[in-house]
Design a protein around this ligand. Structure first.
Ligand code: TYD
Length: 165
């Protein structure tokens, strides 16, 4: 079954110059890239993205991490991979959540670390299942930024938006 998976290279990966190594590892999955962009997580978007962890004691540090407060680079690269079993393939390449428990050949195993305050700086985010992928892709991308129509869309009159002057 074809699936979409959201991958985000988080601020530690960007600051440490790991973007090309990380993308190389995902390329080995042979999945298609159907959307890709640089994003900066506002406090609001970060809280929405990690809403399922809001009661954890590391939540505030996690929000600081995603919004770039812990690293020099605030921007992140978000990529939508698409194809057969995309989520399992991307999560396999990423490795286990805890960097010390991750396969050493995986991204998190090779490049992740545990901070002294206990937070996992694990370089990448990968959607955990279909529902999460849909929720996250709709949070970070607009339909016209995605080259395959993975979810239903509707056309509305343009609303006010910020433009370059
Ligand atoms: P989670 O969604 O549980 O894992 P995954 O990213 O593998 O889907 O956690 C989100 C992030 O929160 C995780 O990538 C790193 C951080 N985290 C910690 O710092 N400590 C923890 O004990 C857990 C579970 C997560």
């Amino acid at each position: 079954m074809n699936q979409a998976a959201l991958v985000i290279v988080k601020p530690d990966g960007m600051t440490r110059g790991l973007l090309s190594s990380v993308l190389d590892k995902f390329a080995q999955t042979k999945l298609d890239i159907i959307g890709m962009k640089s994003i900066i997580a506002t406090e609001e978007l970060a809280r929405e993205h990690y809403n399922h962890l809001k009661d954890k004691d590391f939540f505030n540090e996690l929000i600081d991490y995603l919004t770039g407060k812990l690293h020099q680079n605030k921007n992140m690269i978000a990529v939508i991979y698409y194809g057969e079993d995309a989520i399992a393939k991307c999560r396999g390449v990423a490795g286990a959540t805890h960097p010390e428990k991750a396969d050493p050949w995986s991204i998190r195993g090779a490049f992740g670390r545990v901070r002294t305050d206990g937070l996992f700086e694990n370089v990448v985010h990968v959607s955990s299942d279909d529902d999460e992928a849909e929720r996250e892709i709709k949070l970070w991308f607009s339909p016209e930024e995605v080259s395959v129509s993975v979810y239903p869309t509707d056309t509305r009159a343009a609303t006010e938006r910020t433009v370059w002057v």
